[in-house]
Every structure is written in structure tokens, then in C-alpha cells.
Design a protein around this ligand. Structure first.
Ligand code: AMP
Length: 184
């Protein structure tokens, strides 16, 4: 399963809930990259400046994180991807890697639909809590710009393949989760 949605749409939270519900792992490339930065690995050092500016880390770097994680035994029954793919090029890379690994293709793509104004408000609230280095207003605007320019085209990519379900992302965590479950 792939979760799509703007920064602040609730992908991470819903991804964790769905992972628990279905007993499959959630892989967040953002979490993996933040861990690499915190540990100061070569990957983290390569990604750090791009992430701090709200840009996209190179396709090959994120694709290799995903590829390694998908080879762990717990992903064999299914997995939830959160934050990858983010561009149509990454979606093509994902299809290719899954095929090479002999794994089933993506079956479900869930889009959490939340308006621009709502996600901006959520992200600015999160910025007040200062948990993430990229939750600063200028960086948030850049992440939103990149989402609209590069990630939104993925909606059409997966709609054409008849894999996309769009779910209203407003409301309590329980309400949004039950909408997703009903749509799958
Ligand atoms: P996230 O936690 O998904 O919002 O990701 C945080 C940051 O990590 C993004 O702003 C990017 O800099 C980087 N990142 C995460 N996933 C990807 C990806 N699939 N492709 C490129 N960069 C990514």
C-alpha cells in the first residue's frame, strides 16, 4: 500500500494505525532519513542539507532505503509506504524494484485529501512544538510547493492504473482511519 498526501495531511499517523491494524510494517522514508541524519551515517550526511531546505533527496538514495527495507522478512506479507514514492520517476523505480525482488506490485494507493489551508495550519502548529528541523514557515512553503509540483502528478499516475482511492482527511483520527478502511 502507498499513502499519498501533502505534508501535514496525517499520512504518518494513519500509516502507523494501518500498520497495527493489518500487522504489516510501515516504511517512512522521511523517518529513515531523519534517523540517518541523527546517526551521522554517510547517507545522512548526503541528505541533511537537502532535507533542511525542504527539497527532495536523490531518487537513488531513497530507492535504496526502500529496497533494503522491503527485503526484511516482515515485509513479505505486505507493507505500507509513507512518503515514497514522491515523484512519478520514483513510482517507476518502485515498480521496477518490486519486480526485480519478485514481489507483488503496489495494490492500493490511499490519498489523504486535506485542503492547502488546513495542512498549512497543521504544519505551522507543529512548528510551534519544534519537533522537526524542517517545520519552519519558509521550509514548509517549499515542501508544499514541491508536493504540488512533483507529488500531485502521482495521483493521476495511480488513478490511471485504477489503484487510487481518495479519502477525506478531515476529522478525528478514528474517523479518518475508518474512512480509509472502508475505502480499501
Ligand atoms: P517526510 O517525513 O515524508 O515529510 O520527509 C521529510 C523529508 O525527507 C522530505 O522533505 C525530503 O527532504 C526527504 N524525503 C522523504 N522521502 C523522500 C522521497 N521519497 N524522495 C525524496 N526525498 C524524500
Amino acid at each position: 500500500m502507498v499513502l499519498l498526501g501533502a505534508p501535514g495531511s496525517g499520512k504518518g499517523t494513519q500509516g502507523e494505525r494501518l500498520a497495527r491494524r493489518y500487522g504489516i510494517p510501515r516504511l517512512s522514508t522521511g523517518d529513515a532519513l531523519r534517523a540517518a541524519v541523527a546517526e551521522g551515517t554517510p547517507l545522512g550526511r548526503q541528505a541533511q542539507a537537502t532535507m533542511a531546505a525542504g527539497g527532495l533527496v536523490a531518487d537513488e538514495l531513497v530507492a535504496s532505503i526502500v529496497e533494503q527495507r522491503l527485503q526484511q522478512p516482515d515485509a513479505s506479507a505486505g507493507f505500507i509506504l509513507d512518503g515514497f514514492p514522491r515523484t512519478t520517476a520514483q513510482a517507476a523505480l518502485l515498480d521496477e524494484r518490486l519486480q526485480t525482488l519478485g514481489m507483488a506490485p503496489v495494490t492500493h494507493v490511499v490519498h489523504l485529501a486535506v485542503s492547502h489551508n488546513e495542512v498549512m495550519q497543521r504544519l505551522l502548529d507543529r512548528a510551534g512544538q519544534q519537533q522537526r528541523a524542517d517545520d519552519r514557515e519558509d521550509v514548509i512553503l517549499e515542501r508544499m510547493r514541491i508536493y504540488q509540483a512533483q507529488t500531485q502528478p502521482l495521483l493521476a499516475y495511480y488513478a490511471t492504473q485504477e489503484k487510487l482511492v481518495s479519502v477525506d482527511g478531515y476529522g478525528s483520527l478514528d474517523v479518518v482511519e475508518s474512512r480509509i478502511v472502508a475505502a480499501l
